[in-house]
Design a protein around this ligand. Structure first.
Ligand code: NI
Length: 185
């Protein structure tokens, strides 16, 4: 089942998310719904707060186009243990912030500990683009968006566009939930 994606401005996107337990209700179904939602929106990552849940869960699949080198993982209760290397810039976007892309600096190497969808514990070193996608999604479960990392000037320049997104004045080719959309009856 595809879920609506929460748009910029919703308080759930600002929450530091809570860890979950193995008994979390319908977790398998939730994860499967998140993959369906992400693929439908042509995203490479999706975090639980983006579908309205403040829990430490996110998914990554960098190979939506049947790329053999695709990196696909489900991250539960993830903790980034270390980030190393010379920061590099990449033009990032976010399914919660349609139509805005900005250069974001991130370190290229990470070490991360997490549970997968079968509750097996992993500690992995990841580098390059998959690491970047993980850092972006990890920020989501820490209550951070890529726009938070921008300079004050850049933020000011984007303000009216971001306000418009919160109000639902933006086009996305997937279903969204807007925090400030007036409800008409
Ligand atoms: Ni995002």
């Amino acid at each position: 089942m595809k879920l609506p994606i929460v748009a910029y401005g919703d308080p759930v996107l600002k929450k530091v998310c809570a860890p979950i337990e193995q008994e979390y209700p319908d977790l398998k179904q939730l994860i499967s719904n998140m993959y369906e939602t992400m693929y439908n929106a042509h995203g490479v990552g999706l975090a639980a707060p983006q579908i309205g849940l403040a829990i430490r869960l996110f998914i990554v699949d960098t190979g939506a186009d049947e790329d053999e080198n695709a990196f696909k993982r489900t991250f539960i209760n993830a903790e980034i243990l270390e980030e190393t290397g010379e920061p590099w810039a990449f033009n990032e976007g976010c399914l919660s912030i349609p139509d805005i892309r900005e250069d974001v600096m991130r370190k290229p190497n990470i070490r991360i500990r997490y549970y997968d969808e079968n509750w097996e514990l992993h500690e992995e070193e990841i580098t390059g683009m998959p690491a970047r996608v993980i850092q972006h999604e990890y920020d989501h479960i820490q209550g951070k968006l890529f726009t938070d990392t921008l300079s004050l000037l850049r933020k000011r320049m984007l303000k009216s566009k971001l306000d418009a997104i919160s109000k639902g004045n933006v086009k996305a080719d997937y279903k969204m939930r807007f925090p400030q959309q007036s409800r008409r009856r």
